[in-house]
Design a protein around this ligand. Structure first.
Ligand code: ZN
Length: 476
């Protein structure tokens, strides 16, 4: 507290809820410095009409603001009032966001420590579910002076609320709550702190760039803003370990309709652009799988194949996946031993036709190598033993669009997928076709994308719309 010269209880009335397009119509401030309490308020000419619904809600009409000063005329005075103060508001992000944008339009960057009384109330009374101002007025028997929903009356209620807290709550408890709420994320020193305020809290993917635009890290979240900030709060062990935070010079984000879109985009960006720190987190993959290939005698033998030789997206009879040859061989060996299968027939050791393999001598093989078990039975047992590793075959005749409804940012996205490969997402029908047209004949298989899609299809969390193989067919 000592670091703030004064407390600024502030409330704004606006033409709507969007700080980017809507405008301020009234500002109310209760300024508290020591024992001195100063009340100040002004109407603001928003230079746009106030919607009738908002006029009803706030009681501020177009006629009332017509002769009021515009924001630019008030800015200098307002900035002086705010200077050195703790900015206190109910849903502070709303009021602070509006003011920041209004100042920004004039080329002024507003910087203040901000305290939200919703968060403060929630912290002090965690057992209560609601913390809107009407509820708090009742709960703490605050006295409404003037019109509720006018800026100064609401700012005054915040000052009353604050005073009530100071009287009723043990000073240590109160100070501790304040300290926690005012703890600022330590923004990376190279990063423009203003950018952080612009990140939406929607699902999406974020990209951290370092010096010379090197891509450091790609991450995803259903709450972009929260997640990005958590990196700088030191909540993330990963970031502490890597000291990445201080390497960040720039950040970007892409909103998605939902979690699936974020997962797919993240996997794609990591695969295509190999960010430095994601790469360090994953082992380099030499992705491979066992493929059962038919032999002349009607049985089949597992052959180790990698993604360069075989299209994992469309091939059948694949078992895996394994991140290295060694892992694939160890896994097959283990399965063979568990199920008393023959290492020689599986190609895991060199056998001589008709002669018992080494494992049979140790009674680890039932003897398909030397006629003691039929090869067809061995074959059937092998397939049963491998069943758990079988890769899902792409269940559609061609490409499909997975339709994901939006939870926040975008309302709906179509994720275009073919043979387990993600070709991109589109918001409009025409974009779906251009994604299909632009996609390579055989897109590269990616194990993460495969797993994401298998899970999403199993959970039936999205609607699947099959796409004709050529756009002309759709038009017909
Ligand atoms: Zn054998």
């Amino acid at each position: 507290m000592a670091k703030h010269e004064k407390l600024i209880f502030i409330d704004l009335e606006t033409t709507g809820a969007n700080p980017i397009v809507d405008r301020i119509t009234e500002i109310g401030i209760v300024e508290v410095q020591g024992d001195q309490v100063t009340r100040w308020s002004t109407l603001v000419n928003p230079e746009v009409p106030i919607p009738p619904f908002i006029q009803n809600l706030t009681g501020i009409s177009n006629a009332m603001v017509a002769s009021a000063p515009v924001f630019a005329e008030l800015a200098e005075d307002l900035l002086e009032r705010l200077r050195g103060g703790l900015f206190i508001a109910h849903n502070a992000r709303f009021d602070y966001g509006f003011l920041r944008n209004a100042f920004k339009a004039m080329g002024v960057s507003l910087r203040a420590d901000v305290l939200c009384t919703v968060k403060l109330s929630r912290k002090l009374f965690p057992e209560e579910a609601k913390h809107n101002l009407d509820i708090l007025v009742q709960r703490h028997a605050l006295k409404v002076e003037g019109d509720r929903h006018r800026a100064l009356a609401d700012a005054d209620l915040l000052w009353q609320l604050w005073s009530k807290f100071r009287r009723d709550i043990a000073p240590e408890t109160f100070e501790q709550a304040l300290a926690q709420l005012l703890q600022r994320p330590s923004t990376p020193s190279h990063l423009d702190a203003d950018v952080l305020d612009e990140i939406p809290d929607t699902p999406g993917v974020y990209l951290f760039y370092g010096e010379n635009n090197a891509l450091l890290y790609v991450g995803k979240s259903v709450h972009l803003r929260q997640r990005v900030l958590s990196h700088f709060n030191g909540d993330h062990r990963l970031f502490q370990d890597m000291r990445m935070s201080q390497q960040i010079h720039r950040l970007e984000w892409r909103e998605t309709a939902g979690e699936l879109g974020a997962l797919l985009l993240e996997a794609q960006l990591i695969k295509d652009r190999q960010p430095i720190h994601n790469r360090a987190l994953r082992r380099q993959r030499d992705l491979c799988a066992w493929q059962l290939r038919a032999q002349e005698d009607g049985t089949s033998q597992p052959v180790l194949v990698n993604a360069a030789e075989v299209d994992f997206g469309s091939a059948e009879g694949l078992y895996g996946l394994f991140s290295s040859r060694k892992k694939a061989e160890n896994s097959l060996r283990e399965i063979a031993d568990t199920h008393e299968l023959c290492h020689a027939l599986l190609g895991l050791e060199k056998g001589q036709p008709g002669k018992p393999c080494f494992g049979h001598q140790l009674r680890r093989c039932r003897g398909a190598c030397c006629g003691k078990e039929s090869k067809l039975l061995h074959q059937a047992r092998l397939e049963a033993a491998l069943a758990g590793l079988k890769l899902a075959t792409w269940p559609y005749p061609g490409a499909v669009a997975l339709i994901e409804k939006g939870a926040g940012g975008k309302t709906e996205e179509a994720h275009v997928v073919h043979n387990w490969c993600y070709l991109g997402s589109a918001c409009a029908e025409s974009d779906v076709w251009s994604l299909l047209e632009r996609s390579p004949a055989r897109p590269a298989f990616d194990v993460d994308t495969y797993k994401i899609l298998v899970r999403a299809l199993a959970k039936k969390q999205v609607k699947v719309r099959p796409l004709p193989s050529r756009p002309e067919q759709a038009a017909a």
